[in-house]
Design a protein around this ligand. Structure first.
Ligand code: SAH
Ligand code: SF4
Ligand code: F3S
Length: 473
């Protein structure tokens, strides 16, 4: 229900529709003519999920348009930005300790500007500067397109801090993908924000309400990226399955459209929400296999229905398992991975054991498991029965050990198989190549640089849980 309400606010009316080329041009006109950066070096330190990685790329691209120069070393920078994640642990402490390491640089160059952005910026706002005066500016996840102006303000009035963290809830989501060097494979955002409010998760508070990009913008974006040499796109959203375009297309329609209307060789996506992952999507994946990759990241979080209910996930263990069985029958070669939280408030030993048994029953080749970490604004942080830290650590170790033992044996099935690999990297020191299979396994092998960007047959000689070695045949 919440999703639908948000879409009616966020989606552009026909008259409001703007073509992505125009958006890009308006940003480049805006910044190129101002020459805000005067060639100053900018360094961005990135933590977090693919969205933050994608956002950092956007920040670099925007700042470059405004004539800043991206640099790889903070020592050479006049602007340092920390694009930080707040999903777990103590992100704010991490930010403070990283800023502390720049103290000497700031003493040497008092004009050095230090900024904090991303989910930590949205979460902490001006508090960051109150606590750490070395920080000059803070911006949120909805303020990235104003970054050149934010940095410029910081240079013009060096004694004033700049804080821009307001959400643009009412504006449609019209951004165009901006990547400096897209390479063979790149990310394309299709939704932003999240309306699911899982009780453990801070993302709805740091990324705001869910919005979908117009269908034609996504398609045009991918066509433009292909002209720049991109062969594979990973479409991104906190819950891609709730994508809904202004013309009523859902996520399965979008994937089908990408395959039919562009010539992109491979499409991946992340993240799926089990409550919204449906049969229509499975069938589209099967129909366009292998262009739609046979890899599904389907975060379960817990294998116990009572815990799932308290997490507000919207599915039970049984419903999840039924969906997995359906996936296995429609997409027999699909590889599954998942996210898990151990030690959610009130999780008993029995409930934890349900998670271990589910992991082994589904047979995920990769799991990303985390100890529950209370987050600001979230309901679960206020639940009374928090699990002690030592219990969480022990459960995490137990879960990882059980899974590791299983997956090491399981992946041996790949040894001797010939798999299609999209080559995306060349390491000139070792004269070696790497790329990914459609099932998202990283494969390393010897070969020539001109194979980068091609899909080739590689025979697997050694398989580990997340990487493999092979030889070109
Ligand atoms: N949108 C994705 C998840 C985004 S956050 C989804 O719905 O699955 C990525 C992962 O971080 C989550 O899947 C969860 O496993 C983990 N996570 C989120 N909040 C957490 C918290 N408070 N403590 C520990 N892990 C958390
Ligand atoms: Fe967080 Fe849940 Fe939204 Fe994922 S679906 S981002 S876990 S609130
Ligand atoms: Fe972290 Fe924000 Fe991503 S909290 S996981 S960077 S959406």
């Amino acid at each position: 229900m919440q999703n639908q309400e948000t879409h009616s606010i966020s989606e552009p009316q026909a008259s409001q529709q703007v073509q992505p080329q125009f958006l890009f041009k308006s940003l480049s006109d805006k910044y190129e003519k101002d020459n805000i950066g005067h060639g100053k070096g900018v360094y961005i330190s990135t933590y977090g999920c693919q969205m933050n990685v994608n956002d950092s790329d956007r920040m670099y691209a925007l700042l470059e348009m405004a004539n800043f120069t991206p640099v790889n070393d903070p020592e050479q920078a006049e602007v340092i930005i920390i694009n930080a994640c707040s999903v777990r642990e103590k992100p704010v402490h991490k930010v403070y300790s990283e800023v502390g390491t720049y103290r000497k640089l700031k003493e040497r160059n008092p004009n050095l500007k230090i900024g904090v952005g991303g989910c930590v910026g949205s979460q902490e706002k001006g508090k960051l500067i109150d606590q750490q005066p070395l920080i000059d500016f803070v911006f949120g996840t909805d303020n990235i397109d104003s970054l050149p102006e934010i940095v410029a303000k910081s240079f013009i009035n060096p004694n004033d801090s700049v804080i821009e963290t307001q959400f643009r809830h009412r504006e449609p989501y019209m951004v165009e993908t901006l990547v400096r060097n897209p390479g063979v494979s790149t990310f394309v955002n299709i939704t932003k924000g999240c309306d699911n409010f899982c009780t453990f998760c801070v993302v709805p508070y740091t990324r705001g309400r869910e919005k979908s990009r117009p269908y034609s913008h996504v398609i045009d974006d991918i066509k433009n990226l292909m002209q720049r040499g991109v062969k594979e796109v990973t479409v991104l959203g906190q819950n891609v399955n709730s994508y809904k375009s202004e013309c009523g297309k859902d996520f399965a329609d979008l994937l089908e459209g990408i395959v039919l209307e562009t010539e992109v060789e491979r499409v991946r996506y992340t993240t799926s929400h089990p409550k919204d992952f449906d049969e229509k999507l499975m069938k589209v994946m099967a129909k366009y296999n292998p262009r739609i990759c046979e890899y599904i990241h389907l975060p379960i979080q817990s294998g116990n229905s009572e815990v799932l209910k308290r997490m507000n996930r919207g599915y039970t263990r049984e419903e999840y398992l039924a969906k997995v069985n359906q996936i296995k029958s429609i997409l027999p070669n699909a590889v599954l991975s998942t996210d898990i939280i151990v030690g959610f408030p009130g999780e008993t030993e029995e409930q934890f054991k349900d998670t271990v048994s589910l992991v082994l029953e589904v047979g995920y080749e990769t799991i990303y498991a985390f100890k529950y970490s209370p987050r600001p604004f979230t309901k679960a942080a206020r639940f009374e029965d928090q699990v002690p830290e030592d219990v969480k650590s022990r459960r995490l170790d137990e879960l990882l050990a059980a899974h590791d033992q299983w997956t090491r044996e399981e992946v041996k099935k790949y040894e001797g198989q010939v798999l299609k690999v999209l080559v995306d990297q060349f390491d000139d020191k070792r004269n070696s190549l790497s790329g990914r299979t459609t099932q998202n396994k990283n494969v390393f092998f010897l070969g020539e640089k001109d194979l980068v960007g091609k899909i080739i047959d590689v025979k697997i000689t050694k398989a580990f849980p997340s990487t493999m070695r092979g030889e070109v045949i």
